[in-house]
Design a protein around this ligand. Structure first.
Ligand code: PLP
Length: 381
């Protein structure tokens, strides 16, 4: 059965244009970008073009883009790289960060840093008063994601960056979920560093970047041959980097059309969800246009995801699904959602290829699944 893919915050399919751009570097043009011969020079040129394409999308100079293996590495690189340079102080991260920010921050706490979690309000946005309170302590690092991967809520990064700068802290944002869905401007946000990942914007897995302020001193995570200005050694994954560049160029060219299109699909979806009685999380805050995070009282998110999968729709549960008794999402708990409702959370994330027809088909399937599940519950009583 063909599945309808509604899980674009997990990953996206590679766009045809991106695939075409990558192909020569998987076949004929296999040179090492550090080699001096013609094949090497061709690879170096391709990497440099990709660097320009990534830089253009977030409005920075190309040397500010350091290619790494993805969002997880970029977040680890920033946090551990900054800590390798700064004197141990406080690291403040929001309570709704992705584990690849939250866990390196915990690691710093084990090394003598003070970890401070910034509270979020019921709408999922970081609480600016809590940021100010946190910054009363000497702070080295502040990290706040630009858009949350579960709720899609857009965070007040520029406001927090302004406060962090005043407190002489280094400000980082994980922009993985925002890139390609809304305009992202490094300078306008006022951050010192920003994390990007290719596979969330129709590029390949295994490529990403840390974008840095030129004056920032970071300690490398990976030492070796001195690639990427000595900040990230290892032979460049040329094809993936080329794909990342092509994906950024494509994203820039359709940024103005993709937003309204996704908004329209989500509007239709959420109208239907509300009619079925769903609670929608973060809906009162500004959000990236493709994400909807919802729950139905008394229906487990996991069950809904499995049933929808059987019906041909790929969506994601909000709870960590690795255990028999799934933990409700930490993001929802931070937003003060009741654990029982949080256990019902399902995330649907739309992409450029989805249609109104697919949204309507999804709503029909959801309605059928819900009435079957409710019927089963009624029988069990
Ligand atoms: N940051 C956020 C907000 C994400 O959603 C993800 C992926 O789910 C990552 C970082 C990790 O990126 P990557 O998969 O490229 O390591």
């Amino acid at each position: 059965m063909e599945h309808i893919y509604l899980d674009h915050n997990a990953t996206t399919p590679i766009d045809d244009a991106v695939f075409e751009a990558m192909l020569p570097y998987l076949r004929g043009s296999y040179g090492n970008a550090s080699s001096r011969h013609e094949l090497g020079t061709a690879a170096r040129k391709a990497v440099n073009l990709a660097r320009e394409q990534v830089a253009a999308l977030v409005k920075v100079q190309p040397p500010q883009v350091i290619f790494v293996s993805g969002g997880t590495e970029a977040n680890n690189f920033f946090i551990k790289g900054a800590a390798g340079y700064l004197k141990a102080a406080q690291i403040a991260v929001s309570a709704v960060e992705h584990p690849c920010v939250a866990k390196p921050a915990q690691e710093l706490a084990r090394q003598g840093w003070k970890l401070r979690r910034i509270a979020v309000g019921a709408d999922g946005r970081a609480d600016l008063l809590d940021v100010e309170k946190a910054l009363e302590e000497p702070t080295g690092i502040v990290s706040l994601m630009l858009a949350n991967n579960e709720t899609g809520v857009i965070q007040p990064v520029a406001e927090v960056a302004e406060r962090a700068r005043r407190a002489k802290a280094w400000m980082h944002t994980d922009a993985v979920q925002a890139l390609g869905k809304v305009a992202v401007d490094f300078e306008a946000l006022g951050v010192h560093a920003m994390t990007l990942s290719a596979h969330k914007l129709y590029g390949p897995k295994g490529a990403g970047a840390l974008v840095v302020d030129k004056r920032l001193q970071l300690r490398p995570l990976i030492h070796g041959g001195g690639h990427e200005q000595g900040l990230r050694s290892g032979t460049e994954n040329v094809a993936a980097i080329v794909g990342f560049g092509a994906a950024c160029q494509l994203a820039g060219s359709r940024l103005e059309t993709i937003g309204p299109r996704l908004e329209q699909l989500r509007g239709r979806l959420e109208e239907g969800l509300r009619a079925l009685g769903a609670s929608i999380f973060g809906a009162r805050a500004p959000r990236i246009p493709n994400t909807s995070y919802f729950a139905f009282k008394g229906v487990e998110g996991e069950t809904l995801v499995i049933e929808l999968d059987r019906a041909g729709f790929a969506v994601a549960p909000g709870a960590a699904c690795s255990s028999a008794n799934p933990e409700p999402s930490a993001t929802l708990l931070a937003m003060n959602v009741e654990p029982e409702l949080a256990r019902g959370a399902v995330r649907l994330s739309l992409g450029i290829g989805n249609t109104l027809r697919e949204v309507d088909d999804f709503l029909l399937a959801l309605k059928a699944v819900l009435s079957r599940l409710k019927g089963l519950t009624a029988m069990a009583v």
